[in-house]
Design a protein. Sequence first.
Length: 92
Amino acid sequence: MINSSDLKLTAIGTDIKRKNADALVLGIYKSDEKVHIAESVLDPQTTAELEKSLADMGVGAKADELTRLPAVEASKAKYVALIGWELIRCRS
């Protein structure tokens, strides 16, 4: 059990090298049979490498699915938590 005093959440915007953190949390979704990182704060090369890793691992990016990967150099976080969410398309 986690006591509320043990849990800390910090929103830091796009400057992810500025703060130490346990996790860098990113949303992922599947479109056109490919997993994408939503609104990535990472540079394009790191984003592409992570997306390739997710594809190689067979990650489905299903809603609420959690994938935990080792940290990336672009961040001071200890690991990357990728949370799946369902892409909802509006019909016109």
